[in-house]
Design a protein around this ligand. Structure first.
Ligand code: NAP
Ligand code: COA
Length: 268
């Protein structure tokens, strides 16, 4: 897909872009010619991500910061703008998750996920706003099916990602006049990711999840990246405020039931 899209001369910032789905998204933009900056907490992950992006032959920057720390996020974004120019594409995908029952998780556990996923997304969008190219930039939040589908053991993630979807829509409404499009991509269960290794940690559970997807399989991070490339491109120039599932139809049915079916296995 990157050969269909040319992001040469563009600047892309990916919050949480050092592993899993978000790193593949960052790499897809780099392969399409963009200069790319990534931000996450772990310095080793940041270094490795910057190295892999540099191998695509583009300029890459990295910042070790927590999205819960507004000032640190703002510094990383401002430094990106100084080094690489105004931001053309902002991807906000930092998140944390683990299975935990509502009546067993601690207040700090609930808060950790809300603080990273929802308040972290606000921090990233708020700090980036003044550095987004106007008109013509695109913001993509990485949501989850939990945003609209209640799932057992996911009260924290469901609450946080529901907020991410609504924040996405409000920003789309407010920033459209400045020529900034804001959309969300909602991955289904994606293979070889930290997220699914936490939610379906055994081959048996992974099989149950795969069977619960109408298309009968996990998706790939590349399939999420392809949607992001399109959304950020001129080919999606009238798409604003959309919450787009890339999930093999999981949100049409199966997504909620499979977690209820796995509940006893997951809390053992
Ligand atoms: P992942 O590899 O764990 O990616 C999470 C990224 O966010 C990492 O780069 C991590 O790096 C960073 N991060 C976590 N907490 C952070 C914080 N407080 N501050 C800054 N960065 C932070 O997980 P993934 O499974 O690929 O998930 C990526 C995104 O896709 C998430 O938004 C997730 O909700 C969404 N999603 C995933 C799936 C799936 O099947 N995996 C399905 C639906 C939605 P550090 O650890 O270095 O901070
Ligand atoms: N079940 C129940 N509670 C858990 C938990 C689990 N598996 N993991 C952490 N918690 C609780 C902790 O016990 C703590 O609560 P307490 O102080 O009342 O005991 C609270 O959550 C915060 O934990 P802490 O380890 O201090 O948080 P952190 O900010 O260092 O890390 C997490 C954030 C917990 C979300 C961590 O799992 C993380 O960093 N995840 C990022 C990677 C990820 O989840 N990837 C998938 C993305 S979808």
């Amino acid at each position: 897909m990157s050969d269909l899209f040319d992001f040469s001369g563009r600047t892309v910032f990916v919050a949480g872009g050092t592993s899993g789905i978000n790193l593949v998204v960052a790499q897809a933009f780099a392969r399409a010619g963009a200069s790319v900056a990534v931000l996450s907490r772990t310095p080793d992950k940041v270094r490795a991500a910057v190295d892999s992006l540099g191998e695509c032959g583009v300029t890459a920057l990295g910042f070790a910061a927590d999205v819960r720390d507004y000032e640190a996020v703002a510094q990383g974004i401002a430094a990106t703008c100084t080094e690489l120019g105004e931001i053309d594409v902002l991807v906000s995908g930092a998140a944390g998750n683990f299975p935990a029952a509502t009546d067993a998780m601690s207040p700090r556990a609930f808060a950790a996920v809300v603080d990273i996923d929802l308040k972290g997304t606000f921090n990233v969008l708020r700090a980036a706003r003044e550095h987004l190219r106007t008109p013509g930039s695109a913001v993509i939040t990485i949501s989850a099916p939990q945003a609209s589908i209640p799932m057992t053991l996911q009260a924290h993630a469901c609450s946080a990602k529901a907020g991410v979807d609504m924040l996405t829509r409000v920003a789309a409404l407010e920033w459209a006049a400045a020529g900034i499009r804001v959309n969300a991509v909602v991955p289904g269960p994606i293979e070889d990711t930290e997220g699914m290794s936490r939610l379906a940690p055994t081959p048996e559970m992974a099989e149950l999840v795969a069977k619960s997807v109408p298309m009968g399989r996990y998706g790939t991070a590349r399939e999420i990246a392809d949607c992001c490339l399109w959304l950020a491109s001129e080919r999606a120039s009238y798409v604003n405020g959309a919450i787009i599932p890339v999930d093999g139809g999981w949100s049409l049915g199966g997504a909620s039931e499979v977690f209820t079916a796995m509940r006893n296995l997951l809390v053992e």
